[in-house]
Design a protein around this ligand. Structure first.
Ligand code: DX5
Ligand code: ZN
Length: 215
C-alpha cells in the first residue's frame, strides 16, 4: 500500500518544510489537491506553486485536478513537474483524448470519480489508465467523513480492471481504521490529509497506516 499524504492538510505556509518532513518520514508520494472554485466550492493552489516545490522535492507528485476542463492545463502541469495527473471524469467532455494526451506528455494518467459517479464511465478507457481515484468524500475540502459505500465500489472496480496494471487510489476521510478494509477491497494507494498530518511524529503515523494495510 502506498500512502499519498494530501498537502492540503499540511502547513500551507511552509510546503517546502512539509515536503522535507514527508521525505524524512519515509513517504514516497505526495498528493496535490488543485481546486478552481468552479468544479468544487474551494480554491487551493495551481501549477505555479507546484513548479516552485518541484525542485525542492524528489517525491512522486500525485496531482489531483479538481478543475473544470482540465485539458486546458495538461502542458502546464507537465512543466510544473507532475508525475501522475488525475482528472475528474465529470470535468471533461473528452476523457479518452485527455488521458492519451497526459501519457503523450510523459505523465501517468489517472481518472477520478465523485462518490455518485458510476464505474461504467470507465468502460471504454480501461487501457488508457495508470490509476483510478475513487472519491470517498464529496470533493472540495479535507477533514470530511468517509462515505461507507466506498469499499464496495473499490471491490467492483478491481474486478472491472481484471488484473490490469492500474493503481486504485481512495481519497477522502481515509484513516488507519478504514485502511485494512480498503486494501482488502483492492485499493493500493491511499490519500490521507487530516488523519495523517494531524498525528505527529509523521514517521510513526506512516508506520500505523502501513501496518493497517498489512492487517
Ligand atoms: C478532497 C481532496 C482530498 C482531501 C483529503 O477534495 O481530494 O485529497 O484533501 O483530506 P482528508 O484525508 O482530510 O479527507
Ligand atoms: Zn485529493
Amino acid at each position: 500500500m502506498i500512502l499519498s499524504p494530501s498537502l492540503l492538510s499540511a502547513d500551507c505556509g511552509d510546503f517546502a518544510g512539509a515536503l522535507r518532513d514527508l521525505e524524512a518520514a519515509g513517504v514516497q508520494w505526495v498528493h496535490w489537491d488543485v481546486m478552481d472554485g468552479r468544479f468544487v466550492p474551494n480554491i487551493t493552489f495551481g501549477q505555479h506553486v507546484i513548479r516552485g516545490l518541484r525542485k525542492r522535492s524528489s517525491l512522486f507528485f500525485d496531482v489531483h485536478l479538481m478543475i473544470e476542463e482540465p485539458e486546458r492545463y495538461l502542458v502546464d502541469f507537465r512543466e510544473a513537474g507532475a508525475d501522475m495527473l488525475v482528472v475528474h471524469v465529470e470535468a471533461t467532455r473528452h476523457l479518452q483524448r485527455v488521458l492519451a494526451e497526459i501519457r503523450r506528455l510523459g505523465m501517468k494518467a489517472g481518472a477520478a470519480l465523485n462518490p455518485a459517479t458510476p464505474l461504467d464511465v470507465l468502460d471504454y478507457v480501461l487501457d488508457d489508465l495508470d490509476m483510478v481515484l475513487i472519491m470517498s468524500v464529496n470533493p472540495g475540502f479535507g477533514g470530511q467523513s468517509f462515505l461507507p459505500c466506498t469499499p464496495g465500489k473499490v471491490r467492483t472496480l478491481r474486478k472491472k480492471l481484471a488484473g490490469r496494471n492500474c493503481h486504485v487510489e481512495v481519497d477522502g476521510g481515509v484513516c488507519p481504521e478504514n485502511t485494512a478494509e480498503l486494501v482488502h477491497a483492492g485499493a493500493d494507494v491511499l490519500v490521507s490529509g487530516s488523519s495523517f498530518f494531524g498525528h505527529l511524529p509523521l514517521a510513526e503515523r506512516l508506520a500505523e497506516f502501513e501496518a493497517a494495510g498489512r492487517a
